[in-house]
Design a protein around this ligand. Structure first.
Ligand code: FE2
Length: 370
């Protein structure tokens, strides 16, 4: 839904004092004490924070620089073994506004995962939905329900909820990537289950293409064995060569005077579940953006939270009116209703994920373009 009627200053027009509040008397103080003893909380003292005039997130807009993240991940690789129990050498990005929890937003988890040379992360499964995005490197295979999936630069890989998964690095070089999950959403709503799987990967082969891709990744073709719609995508990996080509063609079409770009100078694609045409997973939307050099996007406010990672090029993001320079690998979070726009210095490629499927399904989605 798009509306142009929102005004950020409207919150300031809310009454400063509660007009229902009677005079402070001994009787009233006793009433409040009796409320407390019964675990009762009067709405009239809390309306402003419970029902703000517009979303007032505790999460704050924040940038993590890859140049600082990667060395810390590497030091973890040198000092902390990966294996059963801890399961993953993953560094969750904790939003400074969220009280020390490892949540980048109230719904989303983002982490840098680091796997050293010849290391294996054992198999497990959980109700939480997960994906991986590879900003750089190669040589790791993730095995999802027994299907080995190559992880290479620019690839977007899926591990939907309750799929067993483990990783192996077959090379002499470490590899780091972005993990995205709905961990905070699952935690807040008490929907999490977890199960250990095999310590050894269930398939240690390293095919170029996973079985899921061989079955599903042919443009416009759906296997008749897969005629039943599934809530999560059956595709294990969306390859960079396809994403890159799709974005390049949008910009070429624009240059030739044909429609196709999302907005002027801004190509964008969404990763979708081929059985439904909807999002890849029930809680997470993933998209990719490419801006021509010099392009600036309009300023938006969106209900729900988003995380971006720069894949290629240089530019900046303006978050809540403050400009931040961005380089390859840098990550930033846009909490609900915080205004944002992107500006490209060079051609600028960004991976983007959000909780939009939750907001849309629950009918809370709202966007304004300022
Ligand atoms: Fe996992």
């Amino acid at each position: 839904m798009t509306t142009n009627t929102s005004d950020a200053s409207v919150i300031d027009k809310a009454p400063a004092h509660n007009s229902m509040a009677p005079e402070d008397t001994a009787e009233l103080r006793k009433l409040y004490a009796d409320f407390e003893a019964m675990h009762l909380m009067p709405l009239w003292t809390q309306l402003g924070s419970l029902m703000p005039m517009h979303p007032a997130p505790q999460a704050i807009p924040y940038i993590w620089k890859w140049s600082q993240l990667y060395p810390l991940a590497k030091r973890s690789g040198d000092l902390v073994p990966v294996g059963r129990g801890g399961e993953r050498r993953a560094l969750g990005l904790g939003n400074p506004g969220l009280g020390g929890r490892p949540y980048i937003s109230p719904t989303l988890w983002a982490a840098i995962q680091y796997l050293g040379p010849k290391e294996t992360a054992p198999e497990h499964r959980h109700a939480q939905n997960a994906f991986r995005f590879v900003v750089d490197g190669e040589g790791v295979w993730t095995v999802v329900n027994g299907d080995p999936v190559r992880m290479s630069r620019g690839d977007f890989l899926l591990t939907p909820g309750w799929c067993f998964h483990g990783h192996q690095n077959i090379t002499d070089k470490p590899m780091a990537w972005l993990d995205g999950l709905d961990v905070p959403f699952a935690y807040q709503n008490d929907v999490g289950f977890f199960e250990f799987g095999s310590e050894k990967l269930s398939d240690e082969t390293t095919p170029d293409l996973s079985r899921s891709e061989r079955l599903w990744c042919h443009p416009g073709l759906r296997p008749l064995s897969g005629v039943k719609d599934t809530p999560n995508t059956p595709i294990g990996a969306y390859r960079w060569e396809h994403t890159d080509r799709a974005l390049a063609e949008q910009l070429l079409l624009e240059k030739e005077g044909f429609p196709g770009v999302f907005e002027p100078g801004h190509a964008a694609v969404r990763f979708v579940n081929p059985t439904t045409g909807g999002d890849v997973m029930s809680t997470i939307r993933a998209q990719f953006h490419r801006l021509r050099p010099g392009t600036a996007t309009p300023t938006r406010r969106v209900v729900g939270s988003s995380v971006f990672q720069v894949f290629e090029g240089r530019g900046s993001v303006v978050l809540d009116g403050t400009e931040h320079k961005l380089d390859i690998g840098d990550l930033f979070v846009v909490p609900s209703w915080v205004s944002w726009s992107l500006q490209a210095e060079t051609q600028f490629d960004l991976f983007h994920f959000s909780d939009a499927p939750i907001m849309e399904r629950l009918n809370f989605a709202r966007t304004v373009i300022e």
